[in-house]
Ligand binder design. Structure first.
Ligand code: ADP
Length: 477
């Protein structure tokens, strides 16, 4: 049942049906039209011929007073002849509607009053064709040439069996030809529909081959523009999936590596304590402090990873509310100032105007605090960090500028990648997971904004963030 439904819904079946209908319908119409035209024309010819003969005979009948005398060998002979030739019956009716002569000699003396006979008395020639019983009836007035009076009516009824026989013969042939045509068209329809849908079948097969893992590369089918379109869309999709898969694998191996590093340090520290006998208490204290620091680091990485995963989820997870950005920034500065003071870095905020925007406060705060923390971290003693807030009618802008160590030009493209840290040896002196900027970028993208970096090594770095004032639910970025 399902298979049948699948077949009925298929493009192949539809093409087949269309060819069948458009191939067969004209044949039907043509056959019916031709047969109808033939019948009409044949009846017309017969009617014309009979009425001409009948009129001639009627003139002679009137001239010879045949209706009264019924004596004229030539007329009687002519009537018999006509009735034989046309396989018909001739009846003569006088002006009292009485039948005076009948070639079938059945109804003589009887009265006949029909519509056609009355019309004929009024001088009209009537032609009637009965397609059901197959006969033509012609009624002609018999007019006295001198007085122009209608003195009687001649009624000729002629069988059209011969026309019917021809029609039957033609019908049979037409049916045979049509049956032949139907068979030919069905064969053509099957062949064409199969051939035309083949590229789609090939495309589906090639897709499922890739899906089932039989093939790695998706080739696609370029026969039609449509299949080409589908193929290239599929190719792009597969490419994206591959990249996604690679990124995921990279991420997993990076995460494992990063999580393993503190564990390895802890293991080394613990082993070295266990391996020595009579270790002084101070050693224990020192090693345990180091182990504690490694645990903190592990914790930090896990926290950062969790934040990143949250950012990566869809916008369903976003908690948007109209927020006073100035107040948010002030709070952020208050939290970070002690860290700056510790590093002897001057931290200032410059707000150019009041800004209210639709944002997820928690996520945006995290992003900006990562930027400012970096500006403090990668700074020098007596350095400064300038944070500014500005807006136009569409977006608000936050810039975080420092006069710290700067970022080498070739690293600027990569700093937003997960776990990337510039110059490992240098970074080792400064705590970090390499996830801060990845988190910041994800949060900004979640707000449909943009983040840029400008940096000169040994001079300083500026990060600029642009976020729309109004949040929009667009799915495409
Ligand atoms: P981390 O946890 O190492 O700070 P981030 O993703 O926040 O990771 O930053 C990635 C790298 O970019 C850092 O390791 C650092 O080398 C560099 N970086 C980020 N911000 C700055 C800055 N303001 N000045 C100089 N270097 C920076």
């Amino acid at each position: 049942m399902k298979k049948l439904l699948f077949f009925l819904k298929s493009l192949r079946f539809r093409i087949f049906l269309m060819i069948l209908i458009f191939g067969i319908a004209p044949g039907f119409v043509l056959r019916a039209g031709l047969l109808y035209a033939y019948e009409n024309r044949a009846v017309e010819v017969d009617e014309y011929e009979i009425s001409t003969q009948a009129k001639l005979l009627a003139t002679q009948i009137a001239a010879n007073d045949y209706l009264d005398t019924l004596y004229s060998e030539s007329i009687t002979a002519q009537m018999d002849q006509m009735s034989t030739i046309y396989d018909g019956r001739i009846i003569l009716i006088d002006n009292t509607f009485r039948i005076v002569a009948d070639t079938y000699q059945m109804d003589e003396g009887k009265l006949i009053v029909t519509e056609d006979v009355i019309s004929a008395y009024q001088g009209e020639t009537m032609l009637t064709y009965d397609s059901k019983y197959h006969y033509i009836e012609v009624t002609v007035p018999i007019v006295n040439a001198d007085s122009s009076d209608t003195i009687g009516v001649m009624l000729i009824s002629v069988s059209t069996d011969s026309i019917e026989l021809n029609l039957q013969y033609l019908r049979q042939w037409a049916l045979l030809i049509e049956l032949f045509l139907v068979v030919v068209i069905i064969v053509i329809a099957i062949a064409v529909s199969t051939h035309m849908t083949k590229p789609f079948t090939r495309l589906a097969r090639s897709m499922s081959d890739v899906q089932n893992g039989y093939e790695n590369d998706f080739e696609g089918v370029r026969t039609y523009s449509e299949t080409e379109q589908i193929s290239s869309a599929c190719g792009e999709m597969l490419q994206r999936l591959k990249i996604l898969d690679e990124t995921r694998q990279d991420f997993v191996s990076n995460v494992s590596h990063e999580l393993k590093t503190p564990l390895t340090s802890m293991k080394v520290l613990a082993d070295s304590l266990i391996g020595q006998e009579d270790v002084p208490v101070e050693f224990y204290r020192e090693f345990m402090t180091d182990i504690g620091a490694e645990i903190d680091r592990e914790n930090q990485i896990i926290n950062d990873l969790l934040s990143l995963v949250k950012m990566d989820k869809t916008s369903a997870n976003v908690n948007i509310a109209s927020t006073d950005i100035n107040a948010m920034m002030e709070l952020l500065m208050k939290r970070l100032r002690p860290i700056a003071r510790k590093k002897n870095v001057d931290l200032v905020l410059e707000s150019y105007r009041p800004v209210t925007a639709e944002v997820d406060e928690v996520k945006l705060t995290l992003a900006l605090s990562n930027l400012i923390e970096n500006a403090i971290k990668y700074n020098r003693p007596e350095g400064w960090v300038h944070v500014s807030l500005n807006a136009d009618h569409q977006d608000f802008f936050v810039t975080v500028e420092d006069n710290g160590i700067g970022i080498p030009e070739d690293a600027q493209d990569q700093i937003f990648e997960r776990f990337y840290r510039v110059d490992k040896s240098h970074s080792n002196e400064i705590d970090g997971t390499g996830l801060g900027l990845a988190i910041a970028r994800s949060a900004v993208i979640l707000h449909r904004g943009a983040i840029r970096v400008y940096s000169v090594p040994d001079e300083g770095t500026t990060f600029t963030v642009r976020i729309p004032l109004k949040y929009s639910e667009r799915t495409k970025l």
